[in-house]
Design a protein around this ligand. Sequence first.
Ligand SMILES: Nc1ncnc2c1ncn2[C@@H]1O[C@H](COP(=O)(O)OP(=O)(O)O)[C@@H](O)[C@H]1O
Ligand SMILES: [Mg+2]
Length: 251
Amino acid sequence: MADELTPAVAMPAEDALLLLNKGEITVEGRVTTASNATLYCRAELDGIAAACVYKPVSGERPLWDYPDGTLAEREYATYLTSEATGWNLVPPTVLRDGPLGTGMVQLWVEEDESCDILEVINSGESVHLQRMALLDAVVNNSDRKVSHLLAISDPAGGRHIFGVDHGVSFGVEGKLRTVLWQWAGVRFEPELVDVLGRLEAQLAEGLGAALSELLTTREIRAARRRVRQLIATGLFPLPPTDWPAIPYPPY
Ligand SMILES: Nc1ncnc2c1ncn2[C@@H]1O[C@H](COP(=O)(O)OP(=O)(O)O)[C@@H](O)[C@H]1O
Ligand SMILES: [Mg+2]
């Protein structure tokens, strides 16, 4: 990023949510690789500023397989689901009004350029990616590309991986498309089983209530069904045979 742009700032999730919800949003640029109006912005509140991504609903490109004007809500629904896992897989995200109308606003995370994410994917050894693969199965993510996985240096040491761009998720039909098939057919570790159980309970309670503001009843029912099926099989899903299993382009 050029020097004049507001830099990415790492901050506690609670502070980030306040900044994203209440801060003043200023558009600084457009993410040129993006297919929708994906804007690089500054969010500022009480003298504190951080970079964020803002995707106004008005800039969403219509898709044949998802209702118009719902991608921002699907992104937010995926963030809420990630929060329910406790795994912090999606950067802090809100839905709010912005300079171009309602949209999703997400904290911009600073990618660790020294990390070759393809290498991490191919190693099949990242706990973050394994958890991401489970989140994707739960939300029925149709677009888990390599460029939607961002490695960051964890201030606590080591590396964390965030997932972004969850606009095409939560469809009713099985549409999982991902570059994370390394664990296909692999049995869930106890930690993953626990989280699935928690998700099942939360979908019947607070998470389900929050999602009902964002998704249709059928879509929430389908999400609950997917979680029940994952619990019943105890295995990471296999690639579909009637639907492309990998996003195009994969990067
Ligand atoms: N929260 C974020 N933090 C850092 N980089 C991001 C973030 N969200 C998106 N990006 C970067 O911008 C690119 C395009 O964003 P994406 O969400 O994929 O937009 P689109 O919906 O238009 O495809 C991503 O591949 C990623 O490199
Ligand atoms: Mg994208």
